[in-house]
Design a protein around this ligand. Structure first.
Ligand code: NAG
Ligand code: NAG
Ligand code: NAG
Ligand code: NAG
Ligand code: NAG
Length: 950
């Protein structure tokens, strides 16, 4: 009874020593920040409503290298803000309200290489970057910058990458003036500003390789004054302010990629002689106002670009005939004709003049037909993109000429049926994407011609069943995606033949169970995702065919988010998964795991049962559940509304490093919870209801003294009592060091006394004497004359006449007849000896039953007999240290009515609750829990506990 609350004097001594050291040791948990669970050098202070930066980062250690302050409300960076964090390498301040950066704000950050100030309210860039002599990346996108001081970037001698996109910059000269001091600058991003003209003062940016002026308002492309000898990539797309006539790219001799997409440039003005190094050009969406696109002009340009390899030519309203024209004037390796809405039929060898083509994009056209001649000359094509078109099917041999094809994308087409003859001859195909089509059925012949396929995406279709070994020809397949179909049934050995499959995605289907040998043959499967299906079990009963038994190589298994909750996990469900490393069971509304389920998982390193939101009512984890998980490193039980955890439950987890109980309803953390966790480095109890009382004294002292275990946000934990603003770490526990043994002895003694006195007075006058006498006798016998009794019944059922119907129609059939093991119940109308005194009968029934099952309702609380039954049973429980009482709550009972039972509940502060559920789907779990509570025939003394089932 409450044994975990006793503190042996040895520990008290240690705590006292700890208290003395308190002032010397740094708390290993901060107020607004937390270290990253796998690397103490990374600190996150995300979404903490931080306004005062100095304050927020004041307590984080100097060795921090990465600091993430995203999504706060910081307005000002004061001078020397990071003076104590001289080891910072990476600093993220995006998504704040920063408008002012104090002079020398970053001083001392000599090792910083990355600084992110995206999405703030900076209007001008002044001399704020002093000291950042190793900075390589500076992101200032999405601010309100209009002005940059000439010398602002002078200290940034190592800067390579500067982004100023999405600001209000109009003056390009101003930018150049500032960046010309950057000897290493390679990337300059000015996307989405309001620059109208280029600079005409002679300038040179020798190191620059990438320049983006996308989405500005340029009226000219005359770079003649700007020498960019090493520029390889120029993006001037989406400048659609007016038609550009003035183009000069002579000063960009190394230009390889030019993007003019959507820019109103006259192509005649592009002089090919200055573009002799061009490899890739994007001239999409050139709807020149008034003029129709003149393919002759395009061809003229292309003819004079001999080494051009890739052309992007989207949204240009060309038809099948135009393609031939285009094909005739260049020798491309890659052509992108996506979003050309006039392309409907391709059946006339359109690409005959492009035998060198390796990659062809025809996404989002209106294509509905191709013939077996369409691709006849594309012998070298390796990738073909036909997504988002109108194909319903393909004629025989449609793709057969594509002898070199490796990737084929057919997603988002209204294909209902796969004609396997269309794909005959695709011997080299490795990747096939059929996601988002209308496929209803696949069968054993569907994939007969894909003998070398490695990746097959069939997600988002309408497939209901898998039968007849549909994948048996895919001997080399590694990745198979079947998510978001309507799979209800997967027949035996449906995956037969997939010997090399490594990844199988079955998420978002309607699978509810597994046939025997379903996964037979998947010898190399490492990742299996079954989340968001309808897998549910009603009893822990051993399955005749454990579903994963054949998956010898499985490393990761995901069973999250089953429709009704996975409910009662069968005992041998995970049998065979001795190599499993990661298991995800969260987001299930009901999970019941009683003993042995995890025993096969000896190599598990990561276990996540988070987000059940179920509370103690629907998430049940047995004490012995985790004992075999000797290699477990990471355990997450977040967001579960857990109110209590059984002591010792985690004591086998000797390798556990990261343990998160974030967002539950725990009030107390005691030492026994963390016993034997030798490897613990990170213990997260943020967002619980920890109270500042003596029960938490151990946690308070341990957490503020431990130098090995990081406790996220420890210094911000509030006391969860009404009317207090104080913090857990400030809780004054001196009064707790009182002789606890005596206190507890006195308390338990007075409790018994109160129990008796209360019973005495609360009983009606006539029966009170007898009542009291029986209570006294029970207490006396229990305390002084403990005898070994033979049990006749598994449980004595205590209930009132009003609940009789429920007992006989639900309880008795479920426990005595339904399922294994069968229990023997003692019911007064049925099993009491006639003629014997009723008190004697009750005492006998309790003594000869292993447990007492109290069926609690409002009527029950008003019944004197029931009250007596509870009292007698609780006396037995109190002295025999056995969890003999199981409370079933049939209806919601207001707290005040429970007052006399409240004391019972207080005796043990780790109750378990579930309601008799109105919802029929929840009942299997309810019964499983009752059965489990009744089933512990041998109870160790230490584990004695009161089980309250609401
Ligand atoms: C931030 O907090 C520090 C002390 O923690 C204080 O000295 C400073 O004035 C505060 N700054 C602002 C802007 O409130
Ligand atoms: C910083 O935090 C934001 C917000 O959670 C996240 O998106 C981002 O990836 C983080 N950055 C790093 C480097 O961890
Ligand atoms: C930068 O890091 C190195 C180690 O990588 C360290 O020796 C040096 O002192 C640091 N510089 C600063 C200014 O902190
Ligand atoms: C850029 O090109 C010039 C020649 O124009 C060359 O001397 C220099 O090393 C190059 N700089 C970089 C950073 O590549
Ligand atoms: C292709 O170009 C040749 C000359 O280079 C010309 O004779 C032929 O008609 C062109 N074909 C098409 C379809 O434009």
């Amino acid at each position: 009874m409450s044994s975990e609350s006793f503190l042996p004097s040895q520990q008290l001594g240690l705590i006292l020593i700890g208290l003395c050291l308190l002032s010397l040791v740094e708390t290993y948990g901060f107020r607004k920040c937390t270290q990253y669970e796998l690397n103490i050098h990374h600190v996150f202070c995300i979404r903490k409503k931080i306004t005062n930066l100095t304050d927020a980062i004041g307590d984080i250690p100097r060795y921090t290298t990465h600091l993430n302050l995203t999504q706060n409300q910081i307005q000002v960076l004061p001078p020397h803000s990071f003076a104590n964090l001289s080891n910072l390498v990476d600093l993220r301040l995006e998504w704040n309200f920063i408008w002012k950066i104090g002079e020398g704000a970053f001083k001392g950050l000599g090792n910083l290489t990355f600084l992110n100030l995206v999405e703030n309210k900076i209007e001008s860039v002044t001399n704020s970057f002093e000291g950042l002599s190793n900075l390589e990346t500076l992101l200032l996108s999405h601010n309100r910058i209009t002005y940059i001081h000439k010398t602002a970037f002078v200290p940034l001698v190592k800067l390579k990458h500067l982004s100023l996109s999405r600001n209000f910059i109009t003056n390009f000269s101003n930018v150049l003036e500032a960046v010309q001091h950057l000897p290493c600058l390679e990337y300059l991003d000015l996307t989405n500003n309001s620059i109208i003209s280029l600079d005409h003062n002679p300038r040179s940016l020798v190191s620059l390789t990438h320049l983006s002026l996308q989405g500005n308002k340029l009226m000219e492309l005359n770079f003649s004054a700007l020498s960019l000898p090493n520029l390889t990539t120029l993006d001037v797309s989406q400048n659609r302010h007016q038609v550009i006539q003035n183009v000069d790219l002579e000063t960009l001799p190394q230009l390889r990629n030019l993007n003019l997409s959507g820019t109103l440039v006259k192509l005649e003005m592009l002089l090919a002689k200055y573009l002799q190094n061009l490899r890739k050009m994007d001239i999409s969406n050139l709807e020149l106002r008034g003029n129709h696109l003149n393919l002759n002009t395009v061809c003229h340009l292309l003819r004079n670009l001999p080494i051009l390899e890739a052309l992007v030519f989207q949204k240009n309203v060309i038809d099948a005939g135009n393609i031939k024209h285009l094909a005739n004037c260049t020798r491309l390796l890659s052509l992108d004709l996506s979003q050309n809405s006039d392309l409907v039929h391709l059946n006339d060898s359109e690409f005959v003049a492009m035998p060198s083509l390796q990659s062809l994009h025809l996404n989002k056209c209106q294509l509905s037909f191709v013939s077996n001649k369409t691709w006849s000359s594309l012998q070298n094509l390796t990738s073909l993109y036909l997504s988002h078109n109108k194909f319903k099917s393909f004629p025989d041999f449609a793709f057969s000429p594509l002898k070199s094809l490796q990737s084929l994308f057919l997603s988002r087409n209204p294909i209902t049926h796969l004609n396997n003859m269309a794909f005959k001859g695709l011997y080299l195909l490795k990747e096939l994407n059929l996601a988002g089509c209308w496929i209803v059925m696949i069968d054993s012949s569907s994939f007969v011609h894909f003998t070398n396929l490695e990746s097959l995406d069939l997600g988002v279709n309408n497939i209901r069943t898998l039968k007849h070994r549909p994948f048996r020809f895919l001997k080399k397949l590694k990745i198979l995606i079947l998510s978001r179909n309507r799979l209800e049934v997967i027949e035996n050995s449906a995956f037969f033949g997939l010997t090399y499959l490594y990844y199988l995605d079955l998420t978002y289907n309607s699978l509810s169970g597994f046939h025997a040998d379903l996964f037979l043959g998947l010898e190399n499967l490492e990742v299996l995702n079954l989340s968001y299906n309808k897998i549910s079990y009603e009893t822990t009963r051993t399955l005749p065919f454990p579903p994963f038994n054949n998956l010898k190589s499985l490393k990761q298994l995901n069973l999250e988010g089953q429709k009704q909750g996975i409910q009662v996990v069968p005992t041998n469900f995970f049998q065979g998964l001795s190599g499993l490393q990661e298991l995800f069971l969260g987001k299930n509304s009901r999970v019941f795991l009683d003993h042995l389920q995890f025993d096969p998982l000896v190599n598990l390193t990561k276990l996540d049962i988070s987000g059940t939101k179920a509370g103690d009512r629907s998430l049940y984890l047995n004490t012995s559940l985790f004992q075999k998980l000797k290699r477990l490193k990471m355990l997450r039980l977040e967001n579960n509304n857990l109110e209590s955890l059984t002591p010792g439950m985690f004591s086998g987890l000797e390798s556990l490093q990261v343990f998160s109980l974030r967002f539950n309803n725990l009030k107390v953390i005691n030492q026994s919870l963390l016993e034997n966790l030798k490897s613990l480095m990170y213990f997260d109890v943020y967002g619980n209801k920890l109270q500042c009382n003596c029960d938490n004294m151990w946690f308070k002292n341990w957490s503020t003294n431990t130098a090995d275990v990081h406790i996220p946000y420890l210094r911000s934990y509030p006391c969860q009592q009404p009317n207090t603003q104080s913090l857990l770490i400030d809780f004054d526990d001196t009064m707790c060091n009182f002789d606890l043994g005596k206190v507890y002895f006195f308390c338990s003694f007075s409790l018994v006394l109160t129990t008796m006195v209360f019973s005495w007075f609360s009983a009606k006058i006539i029966s009170s004497l007898w009542y009291g006498l029986y209570i006294f006798r029970a207490w006396y016998l229990a305390k002084w004359h403990r005898t070994e009794k033979e049990f006749i019944y598994d449980a004595f059922v205590s209930f009132t006449a009003t609940d009789e119907q429920w007992v006989y129609e639900e309880l008795v059939p479920a426990l005595e007849d339904g399922g294994q093991p069968k229990f023997k119940l003692c019911l007064h109308h049925r099993d009491f000896e006639p003629g014997m005194d009723i008190f004697e009968n009750i005492q006998n029934a309790i003594d000869t039953s292993r447990k007492t099952l109290c069926v609690v309702s409002n009527h029950y609380l008003h019944s004197e007999w029931c009250r007596l039954e509870v009292q007698l049973a609780s006396i037995k429980m109190f002295y025999e240290h056995e969890d003999v009482i199981i409370l079933i709550f049939l209806e919601e009972i207001p707290n005040y009515k429970l007052s006399s039972y409240h004391r019972l509940r207080k005796l043990v502060n780790r109750q378990t609750f579930i309601t008799w559920p109105d919802n029929v789907h929840e009942r299997p779990l309810f019964w499983a829990r009752i059965r489990n509570a009744l089933g512990n025939r041998t109870m160790e003394k230490d584990n004695a506990q009161l089980i309250v089932v609401e």
